[in-house]
Design a protein around this ligand. Sequence first.
Ligand SMILES: O=C(CO)[C@@H](O)[C@H](O)[C@H](O)[C@H](O)COP(=O)(O)O
Ligand SMILES: O=C[C@H](O)COP(=O)(O)O
Length: 962
Amino acid sequence: MTRSLVQSDNQPITSLQSLHYYGQSIWLDYIRRSLINSGELQELVDSGKVQGVTSNPAIFQTAIAGSTDYDQVLNVLEQVQDRDALSIYEELAIADIQAAADILLPTYIRTQKQDGYVSLEVSPYLADKTAETIAEAHRLWQAVARPNLMIKVPATPEGIAAIEALIGNGINVNITLLFSQSAYEKVADAYLAGLERFAAQGGNVSQVASVASFFISRIDTAIDGLLNAQLSANSDSHTCNFLRGLLGKSAIANAKLTYRKYQQLYTSPRWQKLAEKGAHPQRLLWASTGSKNPHYRDVVYVEELIGADTVNTVPPVTLAAFLDHGQPRLSLPEQIEAAEAVLLKLEQVGISLSQIADHLLQQGIKLFQDAFDALLSAVARKRETILGDQIDRMTYRLPPALDEAVQMHLFEWRQSGKIRRLWAQDASLWTDTDENYWLGWLGITDDQLAHLDPLKQVVQAVRSRDFTHVVLLGMGGSSLGPEVMKQTFGKTPNFPELHILDSTDPAQIRAIESRINLPRTLFIVSSKSGSTLEPHIFKQYFFDRVQQIVGVEAAGQQFIAITDPSSQLQQIAINDRFYQTFLGLPCIGGRYSVLSNFGMVPAALMGVDIARFLRLTEEMVHSCAPSVPAEDNPGVVLGTILGVLANQGYDKVTLTTSPSIASLGAWLEQLLAESTGKIGKGIIPIDQEALSTPEKYGRDRLFIYIRLESAPNLAQDAAIALLEQSGFPVVRIAVATPEHLGQEFFRWEIATAVAGAILEINPFDQPDVEASKIATKQLMLDYEKTRILSTAEPLTTQLEIQIYSAPHDKDAFAKAAIENSLTSYLRSHLNRLKPGDYFALLAYIEMNPVYYECLQAIRHAIRDAKQVATCLGFGPRFLHSTGQVYKGGPNTGVFLQITNEPENDLDIPGQNYSFGVVKAAQAQGDFQVLAERNRRLLRLHLSQNTQADLELLQTAVRIALI
Ligand SMILES: O=C(CO)[C@@H](O)[C@H](O)[C@H](O)[C@H](O)COP(=O)(O)O
Ligand SMILES: O=C[C@H](O)COP(=O)(O)O
């Protein structure tokens, strides 16, 4: 308050006493905690200056965002953790409203429910939603739980439609943002209908009250603006005088005529019937009565609007001014004809009051939405400050043009309430197909936390069985999350060690088998669909192996399934008497499933404290809540950067993660590539590419540095700083400890959904992954019939390496064929890389450290020579991940597929094909589909001496790049 209203009144009550004498009540259009805590409101009420209080989102914005009144509460960690900005705001606002209501209760009783009300407004985002407004009004009514509360509802058509229902339920309503007589009539009609409904249900209508908040000063501001524009365009003195005569007249004229309408309405026979039952008329309440034009009297909208059965809600300055020099008179009934003349004259000069009223209503909603957003932003920021390193921080630096585009999008996301639409599962945010079905992950942390007991029990039981190892058999969304947990958390003392199998490579399967103790190993078969080929055959293999040792009856006791309800795997688990089956939620797609049973069950079994992990994750869920405005919503900000930059050609997202959380990259790769890479669009995630100096990169890169604050890598810090200084777009995410990774899972899921909306794709399907599955399946069927995996003839064989091209691509190698060497083919292939392209190694070989290093050396040599982004994927695992964007995304990839002659194949029990055949069919199916999609493609088939061939290849690539 600019001055104390309690102490400085020279003319104590006289001016206000006159208002009461004329039948008008004064309410205070203001609230904040210090007004209550200081005793000032009590004084205002006790001294009879104020008989009610109104609030709105702008008032709470000023109170909470613009003062330190609430810091005592907001600075307490326990008050802000585990909550989102909206619930924190509501708790503060509700406490204020309750306290004010308690102060005003004696007034309410003394005036027999005429005065003594405090108003609380529903969310301005519900202005066009009737059912939601009704629900929110009920919720707030119950939360405040005071008889002298009024719920404020805007006078939009949808808001007006809610009035009857609310009054009919005995809830006091203040209808706000009224600008026109016609809207007022509808509001009054809805009030009467509500009372009739309430009475018909046996309600006591004398218990219900309502006011119609008619806005004043904004009308003058709008119309004076138009009059002044006409004045500056006019030189005719007669016209100018006419126009000048209308300045500052419209709002009061409009109010006077509305008041006349009120008087007519509340003498009607319809009203009489209700009045006989004790109903209170719905009084007109003059709102927006602070004078905005310094040339007008500062109390003009009080002095000119005094009449019986009205309320004027005034801001503190206006109240102080009126107390100081207000001159009350019974002004409302005066000069009604003059008021009519004013409105007629406005029409004559082409000013439509009804159009202005419509505009002001829309603008009023908008202003309250903006104020609400600013308020929620302020709360969100205060919350994050208090949370400190409990919440992962994100900062970014973008080149100015990109930054401007990102800010524009964020503004647009906030303005059009898109984050609310995302949480409301509105498919039209994307392609309006079935996206609404796939958003179950939004509420998964809550859900998991509520159902932890069965998991805890299984973990206990498993521990008592003394397993040394747990092996997860799964692909993509069912394996990459557990892989992050395994790589990040390692082995927990007294818990079994987790291993992941997501490859059909016989050597890789053998490698896993060699690391475990079969009779003391628990197997988790994890597949959402329950019909994916790989986990199915992994299970067959290991079930058979275990069965051979422990017998057919006991084998199932070493198996757990994680799958969606009614899947084929669930049936297998029943048939084979698995120890346990955990079910997934069908409304969560695989790559969004890490925080559900698919990620949490393996993590719990390896000893991660899941309850703590999920609770920490919830902090990010709250930070990304629908109420947190786009600019302060970490998931939305990241997603906007990803989407906007991809649309501007910065579609290679280079993921740099601190070494101890490096496996997060593969999870992110799947999320980004599978979600966004389709219909020729998409983000190309670049994982595990070592950082280099700026000249090695093209201007198609966005660098995202996920830094583990507890174990950072200084070389990464330096390289990122250099890239940032060189003008590359850089996003930095600071992860306090590995336990915060859940926050990143959730942030990135929101971000991916947002990026998907910006790219205008469906981020929840994976159409092109299916294509290679189908091709593989066909090859396998043919194999089962013929026992031959048909394959094309190589172009040539060089030093035991067979070279294959795709039919559509043969011409590209005409020159290479002349020289006919490994180097010449590689040169022709790599020379096709242009700025903006990317290079991908698709390696269908064992994923072991030696091969990995060789392949990494190859990709880095290509990156350095060509300044293109490079990827490395091991087959078949990448088929369930980046495979989607390679086939469905932009045709900017240059692919080198690497296969090898299996040294030691492995049979699959119960099948007439081996793992080697499956892997070969997968590589071939992948090659076929890439070829069908006209991708630039070359395949090298290495001999059994894979390591030597890889070294040879490394040399050949270096020569080819010269
Ligand atoms: O509607 C009510 C009370 O019912 C008020 O709180 C109303 O929102 C305020 O008077 C206005 O928003 C203030 O408007 P203005 O003075 O900023 O034009
Ligand atoms: O990312 C998902 C993989 O394609 C595996 O699917 P799944 O969990 O249904 O077996």
